[in-house]
Design a protein around this ligand. Structure first.
Ligand SMILES: *Cc1c(COP(=O)(O)O)cnc(C)c1O
Length: 391
């Protein structure tokens, strides 16, 4: 293969380009009609009551941490196997990040490890949990909700990897990733390697109108111009003009542009087809590696994996990574455990703290996984992986 094969890549069609161009020809480049339309369509797709579009997934996490009341002294638990933003949002608000180990079968935050951590401390010590649908494998939010309710904690689901993912719980109900039915809030990213590309972009899904209204205000500096939301006591202006608005708390400018929303909305029309293609690619990898030393994660039948990533585990990971690069295949590693990052070591963590996460990291490799990967390209990737591990 002459063309480099990355681990992930966006797919832009002529329809996407036309949608963006239409916004550019119109009067509103930011906060125009595409924002609300994208929010509504995304909420419908995910099955969430409310959605708030923001400038990126990290901004989404930051606003959620604010809306959930994270501040100095707030303690929050998350997984070491995630993009660092899942943890950083707590630090932005001055809170403290705690980690718990993963379940090696799913590579997701282990609800039993979280329970042990919580129960080793007095009641009220922790405030919330941030589980992550890592690689697109849905977190068992039923189990996390039960644990959170027992201890009075909130849940923020990082669903960046899992739009369209779902699982059937033991109660027979199907839960969609990030639908904010079990989590208080959930977030998504529209970075080009994710399922839906906006360039930069993010979305928060919320289960209640109160959280939705708060997040809408935080997204725009903490300003409201809705008369019904103005806070008394009001002084100074007996007759408010149409210009009147209130800065009610310190927020940010985390708005998405209308061009980005139009691109996201256009991409969303193909979400089901693109997810189906990701699952097809995963099934082919599963079959190809089944009787080989290449370790894969094949979810049980009740799990609707969204396959942001297709991760294999192998003993000579560095060797395989380097070998694939010589073959123009750019596999990637997700993730270096967050607690081993120098910044989080400064916060009191150290290598060795979460041995299952660290062992997973030492063996993991994400193979090319994106809807436009061709069958020939995938076969080439499979052949090269097997050629390397077979020698
Ligand atoms: C991509 C990602 C984020 C951050 O999203 P950005 O849009 O890049 O800011 C957060 N969490 C996870 C798990 C991600 O994969």
């Amino acid at each position: 293969m002459n063309n480099p094969i990355p681990y992930g890549r966006q797919h832009i069609t002529e329809e996407d380009i036309a949608a963006v161009a239409e916004v550019l020809r119109g009067p509103m480049l930011t906060q125009g009609p595409s924002i609300g339309a994208f929010e509504k369509a995304f909420a419908d797709y995910i099955g969430a009551p409310y959605a708030v579009a923001v400038s990126n997934g990290t901004a989404a996490l930051h606003l959620c941490a604010m809306a959930l009341g994270v501040g100095p002294g707030t303690r929050v638990i998350t997984t070491p196997i995630t993009f660092s933003a899942s943890a950083n949002c707590v630090r932005y608000c001055g809170g403290e990040v705690f980690f718990a180990d993963i379940d090696p079968d799913t590579v997701l935050l282990d609800v039993n490890a979280v329970r042990r951590l919580i129960e080793a401390h007095p009641r009220g010590y922790f405030s919330g949990i941030i589980p992550v649908d890592f690689a697109g494998y849905p977190v068992d939010m039923v189990a996390f909700r039960a644990l959170a309710d027992e201890h009075g904690l909130w849940l923020l689901e990082d669903s960046c990897h899992s739009p369209g993912g779902s699982f059937e719980a033991t109660d027979g109900k199907t839960h969609r990733c990030g639908d904010a039915s079990l989590a208080d809030l959930a977030i998504f990213s529209f970075h080009p390697v994710k399922h839906i590309a906006c360039g930069e972009g993010g979305m928060i899904t919320a289960g209640t109108e109160a959280l939705y209204n708060h997040l809408m205000r935080l997204r725009t500096h903490g300003i409201t111009n809705k008369p019904g939301d103005f806070t008394p006591p009001y002084d100074g202006e007996p007759e408010r003009g149409g210009w009147y608005m209130q800065l009610q708390e310190l927020g940010y400018n985390y708005r998405l542009t209308d061009m980005q929303a139009a691109l996201g909305l256009s991409q969303l029309q193909r979400a089901d087809a693109m997810l189906a293609r990701r699952r097809e690619i995963a099934a082919r990898y599963d079959a190809a590696f089944a009787q080989t030393p290449v370790q894969t994660i094949v979810p049980p039948a009740n799990v609707g994996h969204a396959y942001h990533l297709y991760v294999i585990q192998t003993d000579n990971r560095k060797g395989l990574y380097d070998y694939l690069r010589t073959k123009n295949i750019f596999a990637q590693v997700h993730y270096i455990p967050v607690h081993t990052m120098p910044y989080y070591q400064q916060q009191g963590n150290q290598p060795g703290d979460y041995p299952l996460a660290e062992r997973y990291y030492s063996r993991c490799l994400s193979l090319p996984m994106y809807p436009t990967l061709t069958d020939d390209e995938q076969q080439y990737v499979i052949n090269e992986v097997l050629a390397f591990v077979g020698r």
